[in-house]
Design a protein around this ligand. Structure first.
Ligand SMILES: [Ca+2]
Length: 129
């Protein structure tokens, strides 16, 4: 195989890798209908914890990538419907010290929480908007 052919093959492999990157980025940030999802990193990346109801303590819950759900939330989405359309997020277990409330039931999301609320969420409550 000539040097020129090897170089062309290398360029083709690099192009293929670059084409795959956007598809992986699009996979981030999904949350099933009727669920509240919190993500380990900004822009709905990293481990995802998805719940369809109220959770009094995130300790012991593990994300889809194996990371802890407690004190790791950096972005979140609300996909609730009907009687559970809004989320109240709390810093501590058992709904102590509210740190955020979703404003738009069903579609509300934030690409990143304020730095002072980063990695501190420990419980949440589903409520009527
Ligand atoms: Ca985080």
């Amino acid at each position: 195989m000539s040097v020129r052919r090897i170089a062309a093959l290398g360029a083709a492999v690099i192009s293929s890798v670059l084409l795959l990157a956007p598809a992986q980025a699009q996979a981030a940030g999904t949350c099933p209908s009727t669920y509240y999802c919190v993500f380990e990193n900004a822009d709905y990346n990293g481990g995802r914890c998805a719940w369809s109801g109220t959770i009094a303590n995130y300790v012991g819950w593990v994300s889809d990538t194996g990371s802890s759900c407690n004190d790791t939330t950096t972005s979140w989405m609300v996909r609730g419907t009907g009687g559970y359309s809004c989320i109240l997020g709390y810093k501590h277990a058992d709904y102590s010290l509210k740190i955020w409330q979703s404003a738009l039931g069903g579609t509300d999301q934030t690409p990143g929480v304020p730095s002072y609320y980063n990695d501190v969420a420990t419980s949440h409550l589903w409520v009527l908007c």
